[in-house]
Design a protein around this ligand. Structure first.
Ligand code: HEM
Length: 181
């Protein structure tokens, strides 16, 4: 298997990034909703710090993912796909790519504007604004929260469609992202 995509196969790096980012994003969504509903205290703030630092890593991965997707060959749709399948897959993919960028960007802007720094696993710190901007912080807090519900629904649909193709249509949609064909 080559590193880059061909017209019929995903490359190694696309497959690794897909599953790594899928696990991280699902983890971030679950942790995000759980921490938001926790009682204030040390554990909550530790989880916040972890969520924020991991989110910044996801932002870097998301930017690389955009570059990699745009600079790689686009796979040809499978023969079994209908025109509707092709349109839905295309729209779903780009909507998800946008949300994967919007989530960390909105989280980071919200934190910085609220004057909260992001400690990157003790390596360095992204500082918050000295003069907090409550309006911007509030706006991006709402964006982060609304986008969190939308990305949860889109990820859920994405998984449902993958299983629908695998079990009902019995095509290679899922297995080609596993590098099996
Ligand atoms: C792909 C990346 C990310 C995902 C999927 C994600 C997901 C979530 C979710 C689901 C919530 C709960 C939403 C709510 O009910 O309020 C949340 C809250 C939060 N996120 Fe993120 N997040 C990401 C990146 C970030 C980043 C990069 C930061 C900051 C550097 C951040 C900071 C926060 C904060 C501070 C909250 C709590 C907001 C509050 O107190 O209500 N997130 N996130």
């Amino acid at each position: 298997m080559s590193l880059r995509n061909t017209e019929s196969h995903y490359g190694k790096l696309t497959i690794i990034m897909h599953w790594l980012m899928a696990a991280m994003i699902i983890g971030m969504i679950v942790v995000g909703f759980v921490m938001d509903n926790m009682e204030d205290g040390d554990l909550k703030w530790k989880i916040y710090a972890l969520h924020k630092a991991t989110g910044v890593i996801l932002l870097i991965l998301a930017l690389f993912r955009w570059y990699w997707t745009l600079s790689n060959k686009k796979l040809q749709p499978l023969e079994s796909y209908s025109q509707l399948d092709i349109k839905l897959a295309h729209a779903g993919k780009w909507f998800l790519m946008l949300l994967i960028l919007l989530m960390p960007v909105s989280g980071l802007i919200m934190s910085i504007a609220a004057g909260k720094s992001v400690n990157m696993f003790g390596l360095f710190t992204i500082p918050g604004l000295d003069e907090k901007n409550h309006q911007i912080a509030g706006l991006f807090h709402s964006v982060h929260e609304i986008a969190a519900w939308i990305i949860s629904a889109v990820v859920g649909l994405h998984i449902l469609f993958a299983f629908k193709h695998h079990w009902l249509s019995k095509d290679a949609t899922l297995t080609r992202m596993l590098g099996k064909n």
